[in-house]
Design a protein around this ligand. Structure first.
Ligand code: ZN
Length: 305
């Protein structure tokens, strides 16, 4: 039964700092994850940008987790005698770029610039052969079990990394591009939760990026200090510690460390409006704070989006 999932429209994120992920792509391979090279890939058609992410589920034998069989299938090493089901599939030449296990382990089989064989006969927005222009991600799972929290976290981290590296415009499910043949990732895949994680991570990345710009501008203005104010200054109970610190000191020593702590703790980020205070405060100082104020205003806007 085909599953109706709405393909997501996600803007690509360029030049953002990825804060909560240690993943990095070098030459179309993710560093620091397990690599198992599959023989099942070939060249993408020339001049076909990678614009689509396709989410799948797979488990071998069906509904059983943790075994080596998905890796064996994707590398042509599945033993047809090991399970009745395998006799039907061991000769399939299939692969995906990525596989995310129930425990969050990530395995890459095919470099992203090459065409993995995951989608089969398929069509997205009128365009056939989705393998030509997509990256395939398999989640270890099936149509009747919930996916694990760590799988969603890893999927969201990988999605953002891939969006930063390739011109991905859409994310879809296998069942959406091959509705007559495929049901995965299935009704247990929570598209709303996945979207929420992407939105949250995107906001965090944008905030981190903006805070880094503010730090750079404070350095340009020679307002970034090598050592903190006296300990008593931190005891202020006034907003912006305005009785004990200069505005820029509050940014450096109170605001930025607090934001960093919240981001590290994956806590919900507060909404704030810093610009009105700083606009007034900088008027009384002999500094060219126009650009800094613009950056602060943009940070305010990110916090309420
Ligand atoms: Zn699939």
């Amino acid at each position: 039964m085909p599953i109706k999932t709405k393909p997501l429209q996600i803007k690509s994120l360029k030049n953002m700092t990825l804060k909560n992920s240690s993943f990095k792509i070098v030459d179309d391979w993710i560093k620091n994850v397990k690599q198992v090279k599959s023989p099942y890939y070939n060249d993408r058609p020339t001049s076909e940008p990678i614009s689509l992410l396709v989410i799948h589920n797979i488990s071998l034998p069906p509904n059983q987790y943790g075994g080596p069989y998905v890796e064996q299938l994707f590398t042509g090493k599945l033993d047809p005698n090991e399970h009745a089901y395998f006799a039907d599939i061991y000769q399939l030449q299939v692969s995906s770029h990525l596989f995310i296990r129930r425990n969050g382990e990530i395995i890459q089989f095919v470099p992203f610039n090459k065409r993995a064989w995951h989608a089969g006969k398929s069509k997205f927005e009128g365009k056939e052969n989705c393998n030509d222009f997509s990256i395939g991600i398999e989640l270890e799972g099936c149509d009747t079990d919930d996916f694990t929290e760590v799988q969603y976290q890893q999927l969201a981290n990988l999605t953002i990394l891939l969006q930063q590296t390739y011109p991905i415009k859409n994310i879809t499910g296998h069942s959406d591009i091959a509705p007559d043949r495929k049901t995965d990732p299935g009704p247990c895949f929570d598209w709303n939760y996945y979207q929420a994680l992407l939105t949250q991570q995107t906001q965090i990345n944008a905030m981190v990026n903006q805070i880094n710009l503010i730090k750079e501008e404070l350095e340009n203005l020679t307002l970034w200090q090598p050592s903190p104010p006296a300990a008593e200054a931190f005891l202020s109970e006034q907003p912006f510690a305005l009785d004990t610190m200069q505005p820029h000191e509050w940014l450096q020593w109170i605001f930025i460390p607090r934001m960093q702590a919240l981001i590290d703790a994956k806590a919900e980020l507060p909404k704030f409006a810093l610009h009105p205070y700083f606009e007034e405060a900088f008027k009384q100082q002999d500094i060219d704070a126009n650009y800094l104020l613009t950056l602060i205003k943009q940070l305010d806007d990110l916090s309420v989006n």
